[in-house]
Ligand binder design. Structure first.
Ligand code: PEP
Length: 249
């Protein structure tokens, strides 16, 4: 199966950055048929990045969040329908940086809206440092996955990608022990496969996110339950990101 390599640009980027980025990326990317690459720019840069996607088709486009309702008048928000209309195929849902500033009550509705608008959600879950230290990782994950299990539409649709992103690993340069990554990914797959009516373990895609770089990518992919990676900081360095995309994984 192809691996997913996803770039979360967060609140970075500019028109000049994008021009230079794709100038390098398109000249140097080798293995577009081997890995699925998805780029998540911020809202103002979606159209600009999409123009490069249209020309070269070497990556897919994703957005970092959306509102759960297409129909309301809601100043400052962006709907799933709008994202689909401008060429997005993926949406990050529940990233820990978003969760730290927002009310999480609507996550299940956001996941549903992304699916109803013909895109694939990448649902971010993971424990923070104190939860890890208090051996709460599995119960945190159980609670976060409940957003999927309690919703009938999501329950019947296995086209959701999970990104396991331990909050304490994001931007810190530290990653969990590889055996822990393997264990947690397998746990997520078996839990969803047991509970979802339509999915088997092999259908559940789980990405790892948190301080992924050229230094640890091979180790991370040595865990067989890792189907891809979500990369923040290292994806802003186009040489490093292209190198990761070109890895034989
Ligand atoms: C992220 O925020 O999704 C992330 C994985 O960040 P970083 O790679 O910088 O740890």
């Amino acid at each position: 199966m192809k691996k997913i390599i996803a770039a979360n640009w967060k609140m970075s980027g500019s028109k000049d950055f994008i021009k230079k980025y794709f100038n390098y990326f398109e000249k140097n990317i080798k293995n577009t048929s081997r890995n699925n690459i998805i780029i998540f720019p911020s809202y103002p840069h979606l159209a600009e990045v999409n123009s490069y996607k249209k020309i070269n088709k070497s990556f897919e486009l994703g957005a970092q969040h959306c509102h759960h309702n297409n129909e309301v008048a809601q100043t400052s928000c962006v709907s799933a329908a709008m994202l689909n209309d401008i060429g997005c195929n993926f949406v990050l849902v529940g990233h820990s940086e978003w969760r730290s500033l927002n009310n999480e009550d609507n996550l299940s509705k956001i996941l549903e809206s992304v699916i109803n608008n013909n895109m694939t959600p990448i649902f971010c879950i993971g424990e923070n440092y104190s939860q890890k230290e208090n051996s709460k990782t599995q119960s945190v994950i159980d609670n976060q996955l409940q957003n999927i299990l309690d919703n009938k539409i999501l329950f019947e649709n296995c086209k959701i990608i999970i990104a396991y992103e331990p909050v304490w690993a994001i931007g810190t340069g530290t990653i969990p022990d590889i055996n822990i990554i393997e264990f947690i990914h397998s746990y997520i797959k078996s839990k969803l496969a047991q509970k979802l009516s339509s999915a088997q373990e092999k259908d559940i895609i789980v990405l790892y996110g948190g301080s992924v770089s050229t230094k640890n990518i091979k180790e991370i992919f040595s865990a067989k339950s890792v189907d891809g990676v979500l990369i923040g900081g290292a994806s802003l360095n186009v040489e490093e990101f292209t190198k990761i995309c070109n890895e034989k994984l």
